[in-house]
Design a protein around this ligand. Structure first.
Ligand code: NAD
Length: 353
């Protein structure tokens, strides 16, 4: 019997298929846009230029200075560039950093975003924006920043290096794990989360063996879509709070931090989230999903400890204090002693039994 729930679907239009970036002009026209600005990181500027060229007169050009965590200066610069070019929409070609820049522009001007994701981070499925000023990242929710259309083209992920594919995939899995025990979860979101985890734990080992296989890349991107959709639909708990604190305060890398912390956060919450554990057992085929996820990530070459990511034991108490400062929904009580134990285990990469 399902527990009582509320469910409101987010408006999402998704096109999924190898080579589907060729459908971008149709999507631009469908939204009635006439002058779009193509966004990317400096590293993906070449791809952005190709996309811009493919749009012909529908594109006003490329802005390729997207950066991790959307620094306010970059956001302001991109907003100025969009205004000067008279852009009426943005095309975000890249990972969460690029989509995040599109969201910063949408937040200011209400300009629609068409996203072409090239990682598994999932930002394209959420109405959550982030902006970093004076070293502090602020986040918020606004329906205007949810991309109006998302084109998942697995060919765009073929270039994602294997190590980034693995950690980005675990970043996606983390969304689904927390959606399974979210305070605003629902049966449909749980189905998507379970299927998303299943797709990714199958695809990631295959990708490490054969990164250029479009079938494996399609499986992973399909899983990333589902996991991203669960992130957009629910409120995240302990795991995401911990990663936000560690990333923001100690400047730890985003996807790698998610990968290391996830098994420990899940092990902490598991006794209080039996339904989530059952779903994850079905998705992974493992009796202890937390131990399974840790072992899998290490087997696939991901970092095993927060120490490897640059956290020192001296920072631990500060992290514990920050992570327990404000109350939030979590299936299990968040206590200082509990979080100290969790973070100590993650710091040293201790085995999970
Ligand atoms: P990213 O966007 O920062 O990309 C990392 C690097 O990989 C960049 O240099 C990028 O150009 C490169 N890259 C991306 N795709 C590539 C590909 N296919 N081939 C080769 N190189 C590629 O990384 P990310 O993990 O996708 O995003 C992280 C950021 O997104 C963080 O700031 C995080 O907070 C944010 N995020 C936000 C949400 C949200 O809902 N708002 C969700 C998830 C992540």
């Amino acid at each position: 019997m399902p527990s009582p729930f509320f469910y409101q679907s987010l408006p999402m239009r998704v096109s999924f298929g190898a080579g589907y970036r060729s459908k971008l002009a149709d999507e631009v026209n469908r939204l009635g846009l006439r002058k779009v600005l193509v966004l990317a990181t400096e590293f993906q500027a070449g791809l952005a230029q190709e996309i811009s060229d493919s749009l012909g007169e529908l594109s006003v050009g490329v802005y390729s200075k997207a950066e991790m965590h959307v620094p306010i200066e970059t956001a302001r610069d991109a907003q100025r560039c969009a205004t000067e070019a008279g852009a009426d929409g943005c095309i975000a070609v890249g990972g969460g950093s690029t989509t995040g820049l599109g969201k910063a522009i949408a937040l200011e001007y209400g300009t629609p975003i068409i996203a072409l994701p090239t990682t598994y981070a999932g930002s394209e499925m959420t109405p959550v924006w982030g902006l970093t000023a004076d070293g502090e990242k602020k986040t918020g929710k606004d329906p205007r920043v949810l991309p109006a259309s998302v084109i998942y083209d697995p060919e765009l992920t073929l270039s994602l290096p294997v190590d980034m594919s693995v950690t980005s995939g675990f970043n996606a899995i983390a969304h689904a794990v927390e959606a399974l025990y979210a305070p605003d979860g629902s049966p449909i979101i749980s189905l998507m989360a379970e299927e998303g985890v299943r797709a990714l734990v199958t695809a990631l080992p295959n990708i490490t063996q054969n990164p250029q296989h479009i079938g494996h890349r399609s499986d992973a991107l399909y899983g990333a879509w589902l996991c991203g959709a669960t992130l957009g639909a629910t409120t995240m708990s302990l795991h995401h709070k911990l990663c936000h604190t560690l990333g923001g305060t100690f400047n730890l890398p985003h996807a790698e931090t998610h990968t290391v912390v996830l098994p420990y956060a899940l092990a902490y919450n598991a006794p209080s989230a039996p339904g989530a554990v059952e779903a994850l057992r079905r998705a992974t085929g493992a009796q202890n999903p937390a131990a399974y996820l840790r072992d899998l990530s290490i087997k696939l070459g991901a970092p095993a400890s927060l120490r490897e990511l640059g956290l020192s034991a001296e920072n631990l108490e500060r992290a514990v204090a920050l992570a327990t400062r404000n109350p939030y929904a979590n299936p299990r009580d968040v206590t200082q002693e509990g979080i100290r134990r969790l973070l100590t285990a993650a710091l040293h990469g201790e085995p999970i039994t």
